[in-house]
Ligand binder design. Structure first.
Ligand code: 5AD
Ligand code: FES
Length: 370
């Protein structure tokens, strides 16, 4: 039985179908997945690749996530917080480079107060035509409402894994405040944000079942933007340190944090969410500097997020080591990316690059929602 009456043979996106594709290793069989993901990408979001300038505004963080190099207990990391004028200058640089939006990303930093971010958002909106995405972790509804009112358009908050037990292990609650990222995403949607989420592929303890559920969740929650990258071990963290092996799932069930599995996850995400904005992530480019960005764009992605953080700060925003482009100026990255995109026969998207919903509303009567 197909998952929906008109699902294409071989592309039934129920849990068993997604899991079978995730575990497929035969390169000839996978060609079908790659070409279907590319076809769906082209028919729903076209050949434009939208560029979002990434500004890493603060490396301070109060959380203890077991995977992230910026976690509060990381010692020997020189922390920084950009000031509003520096952030505005980066946004102006992004405009000069032809980007249609910026992403203000940071750790969960109480020093980025409600007023601080509201002032920055207002200034960017006053001085540039950019769409603004915030990615500042779990914040109060009061903060989120104030920032939306100031002009923020979008918010990124990855749920990291849909497995609740794994999530609680890798993402300890703040004392007395249970973390519920999905609930925050839904509230932000009600506030009028476009919402983005995503997962890491190959987190120690992540099973094939869990990863398949992640992809179905993107679809079921009708997410606007979806970032999928490989888990990259950071030696500053428990999951990248000498005891990391203790966290792994049994060998046949542990998802590997490799390029192939990340690309399969990305391609299936495109099939599940045909009109979502899906970036080719820095983590994948870090794993495969030669071809990572391109392979993602060929297998479902339609967005790239070039870094426009000033160079002295960039190396200090060390979520994981060896981050791609860490020593490239914003202008060098822009030239490099334009070349890569044109060589693929694609175009640079102009304007804010919001999600353009092409979704058929009748999920039961259509093949991948076409
Ligand atoms: N490897 C890969 N991605 C990571 N992130 C955090 N730590 C790592 C890591 N070690 C991702 C998380 C987070 C995003 C900002 O970066 O998914 O949401
Ligand atoms: Fe940064 Fe190529 S994208 S140097």
């Amino acid at each position: 039985m197909p998952c929906r009456p008109e699902a294409r043979p071989g592309f039934c996106l129920d849990h068993a179908g997604v899991k079978a594709w995730l575990q497929e290793r035969d390169p000839e069989v996978l060609q079908d997945l790659w070409s279907e993901a590319d076809r769906v990408r082209k028919s729903h979001v076209g050949d434009e690749v939208h560029l979002r300038g990434l500004i890493e505004v603060s490396s301070h963080c109060i959380r203890h996530c077991l995977y992230c190099g910026l976690r509060a207990p990381s010692i020997g990391l020189e922390r920084y917080r950009m000031d509003p004028a520096e952030i505005l200058a980066c946004a102006q640089e992004a405009t000069r480079l032809g980007y249609g939006s910026v992403v203000l990303q940071g750790g969960e930093d109480p020093g980025l107060t409600r007023d601080f971010i509201a002032v920055v958002v207002r200034a960017i909106k006053r001085d540039t035509p950019l769409a603004i995405t915030l990615s500042l972790g779990e914040r109060s509804d009061g903060d989120l409402r104030a920032w939306r009112k100031a002009g923020a358009d979008r918010y990124l908050l990855r749920f990291e894994t849909s497995d609740p037990v794994l999530y609680r292990r890798i993402h300890p609650d703040l004392p007395g405040i249970p973390s519920d990222r999905l609930a925050q995403l839904m509230r932000m949607r009600d506030m009028g944000y476009e919402i983005g989420t995503g997962v890491m592929v190959g987190i120690p303890g992540q099973t094939w079942d869990a990863l398949a559920f992640d992809i179905l969740r993107f679809r079921d929650f009708d997410i606007d933007m979806i970032g999928v990258g490989p888990f990259l071990p950071s030696p500053r963290t428990p999951l990248g340190g000498p005891d990391a092996g203790a966290y792994l799932a049994p060998p046949d069930d542990q998802v590997p944090n490799d390029e192939l599995t990340t690309l399969k996850t990305l391609a299936l995400t495109r099939l599940a969410c045909p009109d979502a904005n899906i970036p080719s992530t820095t983590a994948l480019a870090t794993l495969d500097r030669e071809r990572g960005r391109e392979l993602a764009l060929l297998r479902g992605a339609n967005v790239v997020m070039p870094n426009v953080t000033p160079l002295p700060y960039r190396a200090r925003y060390e979520i994981y080591p060896g981050k791609a482009c860490v020593n490239e100026t914003a202008t060098a990255c822009q030239g490099c990316l334009e070349g890569r995109i044109h060589r693929l026969g694609r175009r640079i998207g102009r304007g804010p690059g919001s999600r353009n919903k092409t979704l058929c509303k009748d999920l039961t009567a259509c093949d991948f929602h076409h």
